[in-house]
Design a binder for this molecule. Sequence first.
Ligand SMILES: C[S@@+](CC[C@H](N)C(=O)[O-])C[C@H]1O[C@@H](n2cnc3c(N)ncnc32)[C@H](O)[C@@H]1O
Length: 189
Amino acid sequence: MPSQFGAVQLAHEFLSLNVRPGDICIDCTAGRGNDTAFLCSLVGETGSVLAFDIQPQAIESTKELIRQKGYESIAKIYLDGHENIDRYAEEGTVSAIVFNFGWLPGGDHTLNTKSETSIAAIEKGLRLLKADGVMSLSIYYGRDTGTKERDDILEYIANLPVGEYTVIVGSFVNRPNCPPISVRIYKGK
Ligand SMILES: C[S@@+](CC[C@H](N)C(=O)[O-])C[C@H]1O[C@@H](n2cnc3c(N)ncnc32)[C@H](O)[C@@H]1O
């Protein structure tokens, strides 16, 4: 395993194991579109991927990547907050939901994700997941932002009902400088 194996690789490995062609998936933090494109590669032409971001710049980046990769018929990209995802998908229909908390790479740090909307979106996302669906959270924090959001999310997921969800939290414990936290949530049947 390479020494810089990171949260993105962990999330993609987890998604690869749990997403099938034809599935419906959601990228709650589209950013530059890397997770949206990866999900499109997993669900294929018979599936669909909904992607959300609040920044027009992120939406444009994601649309451009999706266009370059030829995934326009798979991805639906929305300029809207992930706290509104329940307006776009039916409960119990989604196979995988991805969050990448933090700020847009190369963008404005003040437009980072925030506890209140992040937790509202996780809660709604868990309802949208089908039985056996999964949620991936990559929590980036440090420098000037994200510590409160990290703590609030970790507290929220630690209190999810044990009979309904399996929650696994991974930390890069031998890395300095606030490495990301990688979370896997499995919804039970
Ligand atoms: C760490 S970046 C995502 C990186 C992305 N996965 C990629 O591949 O580039 C976090 C993104 O969340 C977005 N964001 C912040 N608050 C949001 C909200 N309420 N709903 C949706 N997106 C939000 C930011 O604009 C930013 O683009």
